[in-house]
Design a protein around this ligand. Sequence first.
Ligand code: PFF
Length: 446
Amino acid sequence: MNGAREKWTSKLGFILAAAGSAVGLGNIWRFSYVTGTNGGAAFVIIYLVAIILIGYPMMVTEVAIGRKSEKNPVGAFKALAPNTPWWLVGALGVFSGFVILSFYSVIAGWSMAYIFKAIAGFTPGTDFADVFVGHITGTGVPIVWHAVFMVLTLGIIAAGVVKGIQRWVKILMPVLAILLVVLVFRALTLPGAGEGLAFYLAPRFEDVTAGTFLAAIGQAFFTLSLGMGAMITYGSYLTREENVADNGGWVVGLDTAIALIAGLAIFPAVFALGYDPAAGPGLVFITLPAVFAEMPAGSLFGFIFFVLLSVAALTSAISLLEVVVAWLVDEKEWPRVKASVIIGIVIFVIGIPTSLGMGPWSNITIIGMEILDFYDFVASELALPIGGALTAIFAGHVWKARTVIDETNDPPGAIKIGNWYGVLVKYVIPIAVFVVLITTLIDFFG
Ligand code: PFF
């Protein structure tokens, strides 16, 4: 009964869905706190280099693998390299999907809870660090929001690719872009915004360490949804009439623009009110409500912001769940609804320790990290870069760079992938990722 694979039905379907996957908590929550803790502008520059040299070529690679094979990540490697162990790279991706979504949903749950805190009102003089800690250390409430977010995610995925993903993303993405521009305008007109702009745009290279490079590479993979097969999966729903290089270019461009714009909204505001840019994962949740409280109509802006963040998280979460569900539907022939519900519940359960790790389980650390940081480290700084580097080696040496180049240029589009692509995937990307990874790990454990 395996008919033709379901495809995006509108021209913008892929771009919107893939940009919806890419743009998420990674652009706003993670980009701002990782930039803040890694010294600002110097990190931003390394991150941009990683986007150009690693992010774009890997985006094109994953979409090409997906479109050619019309499969989930595990099935795609099996189809392109039958009877080899390469499918394990796809399996690593499915593993990353479980881990990332489990903590991603917890953070998205904080964001949804903050929509209601904004409705209740952000009042000047409140200690927002207290409010944040009070919220995340709770036992029940954050887990309930985590559950609500997982139910929304699995509901959309159960509805199927076109009816679910494409329809929702088409409504949600433009709303997000408009809301963000409103916020930048507000932040840049606050008195004292200039110092934040300097932190964000004027590099101090003395702050750069080996860890900065891994953080930048990890962020590049995370923010573009690369290294775990999400773009292989979305590429598998792309029709042969579309050009891969152009579509990939749109997604990378939109994602990078949104992160850079989010930084423009966040850092000027943080400095204008004397907050600490290196506050860590709480940056968005502590400093921004404080900023909102200090400005006219602040609760309204706060409400808009957290709706924006939750919406962005949802369109990313559906792609994380889709990777796992597509694997079960294609490879194990599970019905879509059953796969969505069961996996949704399993991921919800795996995520619970990251939430408890903020409160009742806060004394538990793994290799010196809180449970949430540990999940994020394993997925974003280990699994995604390793998965990505292996995918690059596969594309360059096994499936062959020439095949990928032909696939991406068929039909021809505005961007033409040339022989430089082969140099990047065969040598530059795997070597850069493994050198940075090993250097950082030696620093860390040595
Ligand atoms: N790119 C998403 C973000 O920036 O929030 C997170 C993500 C989604 C990572 C899908 C990986 C993925 F496969």
